[in-house]
Write a protein that binds this ligand. Structure first.
Ligand SMILES: Nc1ncnc2c1ncn2[C@@H]1O[C@H](COP(=O)(O)OP(=O)(O)OP(=O)(O)O)[C@@H](O)[C@H]1O
Length: 470
């Protein structure tokens, strides 16, 4: 495209003056201009002694001379501290509010991310008397409403007028962290839930929202919150490659599990996330690895369709170091922040450059160092190199594993595969049993078909998950 055409391309006003975060440096919190002393104390409690470049850049645009005058789009590497970059100015700005009402809304695509972000707000907002709520569908809607809406106290002898009562319903939180589905439930049905006082709207992981077609909630929120002037969104396209060592290991497909174990042994129990390409492969690989005897590290699994409480417990155990190796689908690739993850292993090559960046970004966070390994077939090397180039990573070392360390795992592999097959057979026979029962039941009651179909397909998928082809 020629220069003249480029110049005539429309650019939304808030994009006209980009701020280059690379021009900023860490700033000790004692030197951050106008930072509320109560927030400074809360940050110290979190062991934060300096603000990172992205945080100080956003601070300048909000509390500093920029005075929240324009909407912001934050784009900085994974693990660079974007959550606190938007949370801190919002909390500082709301710290002088007199009346409690919902003034800041943060929307995230998944419950796990929402819980993580709520944790950040919870660490600073109470210091200035602000309350943070959660609307993610983790509990029943009644429980959520009880936490989000304050009912007027009825005094003795007062008459009960329903309209009057509903008028007096108030928000019991100043800041709400939500996922779109549950947010819309509250917008549409919860009495007393209002966005009319909203000042700050944050859409985190924006590009993921747009790809997954959740947009309709956004127009509703923007329409209902006409006083919200600032939309801070987060749209990461890079990770801290300068802090990440990238390596590739070439192996035959059928020996991949052995190479993985040899690599994990090489890493001597350092915290690792192993990414596979799907939920099924995650389950299958994790089950297989757990059938190996005497591995000196604890392995667990994480995938999107797991029950929320299982995922929460797994993350907690991984954070605490009770799990060393987490086998995961890409449900873990975006935004999840686990302290101390030293290594990311791509058991399956990432499908897109962006996926590679987000996976790699689970390590080397908050200025730490990390490593990203990718297990590849010979035929995948060219594609992988092209992907790295597109990601802006020009150096990738070869990580070879001694043949003997792979060789010696063969006997355990054979016995683990046998157990995996046994598990697969058991699941298949359970599935056949259920299918017989369900077909008998279906003769009795045809209207129930859809539920039974979903049960049997769930079992079917778990049976095929445990097949041989790892
Ligand atoms: N100023 C700071 N000093 C020390 N640690 C910090 C600071 N700010 C944030 N952190 C820590 O850095 C880690 C990464 O922060 P965060 O999750 O906000 O990154 P992010 O930029 O949103 O990453 P991603 O793009 O992967 O979502 C967190 O563990 C957080 O506690």
């Amino acid at each position: 495209m020629g220069d003249s055409k480029q110049r005539s391309m429309p650019v939304v006003p808030w994009m006209r003056r980009p701020v280059d975060i690379q021009l900023f440096k860490d700033c000790p919190i004692g030197l951050v201009p106008c930072l509320d002393s109560r927030l400074e104390a809360a940050l110290r409690q979190m062991s934060i002694s300096s603000l990172f470049p992205v945080q100080i850049a956003v601070w300048q645009e909000t509390i500093g001379p920029g005075s929240f005058e324009r909407d912001l789009c934050i784009n900085s590497p994974t693990g660079s501290g974007k959550t606190l970059a938007y949370a801190l100015p919002i909390v500082q700005q709301l710290s002088t509010r007199k009346i409690r009402c919902l003034r800041a809304l943060v929307v995230l695509p998944t419950r796990d991310l929402a819980l993580q972000v709520k944790g950040v707000f919870d660490a600073i907002a109470p210091a200035v008397g602000l309350r943070v709520g959660l609307a993610i569908g983790q509990s029943s809607i009644e429980d959520e409403i009880a936490n989000l809406i304050e009912k007027p106290k009825l005094g003795l002898g007062m008459s009960f007028d329903l309209e009057d009562f509903q008028m007096k319903l108030r928000s019991s939180v100043d800041i709400l962290v939500a996922t779109p589905g549950r947010l819309m439930d509250h917008v549409n049905t919860t009495k007393g839930f209002s966005l009319e006082h909203l000042c700050y709207l944050v859409v985190d992981e924006t590009d993921r929202f747009l790809r997954e077609e959740y947009q309709s909630w956004l127009s509703t929120v923007l329409h209902l919150s006409c006083s919200s002037q600032n939309m801070i969104s987060d749209n990461t396209r890079t990770c801290a490659f300068s802090a990440i060592g990238s390596f590739r290991t070439i192996c035959e497909t059928k020996l991949k599990p052995l190479y993985l174990i040899a690599l994990l042994q090489n890493l001597r129990g350092e915290k690792c996330i192993v990414f596979t390409s799907s939920m099924k492969r995650t389950r299958r690989l994790s089950t297989l690895l757990n059938f190996f005897e005497d591995l000196p590290f604890k392995i667990s699994e994480f995938w999107g369709q797991q029950h929320q409480s299982v995922r929460r417990k797994t993350l907690e155990a991984f954070r605490k170091g009770e799990i060393d190796v987490l086998v995961s689908s890409d449900a873990m690739a975006r935004g999840m922040d686990i302290e101390g993850v030293r290594n990311v292993i791509n058991y399956d090559i990432a499908p897109y450059v962006k996926t590679y960046i987000h996976r790699a970004g689970r390590t080397a966070r908050a200025g730490q160092l990390g490593r990203c390994f990718t297990l590849l077939r010979k035929g995948e090397v060219k594609r992988f190199k092209e992907m790295l180039q597109k990601a802006g990573e020009n150096s990738c070392g070869v990580h070879s594993l001694p043949a003997a360390s792979v060789e010696e795992l063969h006997p355990s592999y054979d016995s683990a595969l046998k157990k995996l097959k046994g598990e697969g057979d058991l699941e298949s026979s359970k599935e056949r049993h259920i299918n017989v029962k369900s077909s008998r039941r279906s003769k009795r009651k045809k209207s129930d078909t859809s539920t039974r179909h979903s049960n049997s397909s769930r079992l079917m998928s778990s049976a095929s998950c445990l097949g041989f082809n790892v």
